[in-house]
Design a protein around this ligand. Structure first.
Ligand code: SF4
Ligand code: SF4
Length: 322
């Protein structure tokens, strides 16, 4: 089948592009490890693509989306309780069970824990925590499936609002027990990259579309995190075969209007991994309400599909091994 003509960005937006590329900022082709550089959804005065980020709002100004964004930012800005003067003591296993139970009770669909790594923190961040708790919030698939649309954008914001409430609840609970905790959730980017931390915490695997695939929810979820010094026990990364599946699937590649998804892993700051071309994605994303087509078309995202696909992939691997 003939490939569609790639999307052409609005010339008004093209004029706002900085001289430096997203590939360079993100460290594509770099084999040495280094901290990530802030690229998008940060203070626009501090990033190269700040003018494009501001332009996004001029294009995505429906009242429903703006209200959903306002609510997400409002919850994110709510104050946290002070850290109690005396640290409560308990074994790490007990704290881990309590924190996970609290996150799930606060409505998270999945929760995992990773030991913090400096390379997940953006350059210039002086935060220093031992652990990161990652929570996943499932999106309504019918709303995701309409991507790109105001409905999908509102759904995304609703899940970030839910993530902010969960992260604040967990961080507040930890602080009331005398331990420091720093919550972070979308839609703005915080001091830490959530995707690599979530992979390490066993929430899912990286997909060819550059987002995650979870064994329970496919690509149909959003993330929030809480960094803390509370003694915890880390989870193991998960391997349920989604990376094997991505090797021979091209659905997201074919569905992406600006052709931003590649078929080969790339070296990015010392890791060979799937990389979505920011320099192509960002124009379409800005003109189309944050897009999310790649998440919607991923076969793992359909309700009920991910656990069955994981079972199939693991069975296939077992057979190949035998
Ligand atoms: S968000 Fe849209 S433009 Fe960006 S990679 Fe996914 S499908 Fe492509
Ligand atoms: S659509 Fe296919 S290739 Fe893309 S992330 Fe999903 S499974 Fe992987």
């Amino acid at each position: 089948m003939a490939r569609k003509e790639p999307f052409q960005p609005n010339p008004e937006q093209l004029k706002l592009a900085p001289d430096i590329s997203g590939r360079e900022i993100n460290g594509v082709g770099e084999s040495g490890r280094r901290r990530p550089t802030r690229i998008y959804w940060h203070d626009p005065d501090t990033i190269a693509h700040g003018k494009m980020q501001l332009w996004f709002y001029s294009q995505n100004n429906s009242a429903r989306a703006a209200e959903a964004r306002r609510i997400a930012y409002q919850i994110d800005a709510l104050p946290l309780p002070d850290i109690a003067g005396k640290k409560e003591q308990a074994p790490a296993g007990e704290w881990t069970a309590k924190v996970k139970e609290l996150a799930l009770r606060a409505s998270a669909e999945s929760v995992g824990i990773a030991r913090m790594r400096p390379e997940w923190l953006f350059e210039g961040s002086d935060l220093d925590y031992r652990w990161i708790i990652i929570v996943a919030m499932k999106m309504d698939f019918d709303n995701l499936a309409q991507a790109p649309s105001v409905t999908t954008s509102v759904e995304t914001m609703a899940q970030y609002s839910r993530g902010a409430k969960i992260a604040k609840t967990v961080a507040g609970w930890i602080r009331e027990r005398g331990w420091d905790a720093h919550p972070h959730c979308g839609p703005a980017s915080g001091p830490v990259l959530l995707i690599p931390a979530a992979i390490e915490a066993g929430i899912g695997q990286l997909g060819k579309h550059g987002s995650m695939i979870s064994r329970q929810h496919g690509s149909n979820f959003r993330l929030a995190g809480i960094m803390t010094d509370l003694p915890l026990i880390a989870d193991e990364p998960a391997d349920f075969g989604s990376d094997d599946f991505c090797q021979s699937c091209k659905i997201c590649i074919d569905a992406c209007p600006p052709l931003a998804i590649g078929n080969e892993k790339q070296m990015v700051r010392g890791d060979r991994k799937w990389y979505t071309d920011f320099d192509r994605c960002v124009y379409y994303f800005n003109e189309n309400m944050s897009c999310a087509i790649c998440l919607a078309v991923c076969p793992w995202s359909k309700p009920g599909a991910a656990p069955k696909l994981a079972e199939k992939m693991l069975r296939r691997r077992q057979k190949a091994g035998a």
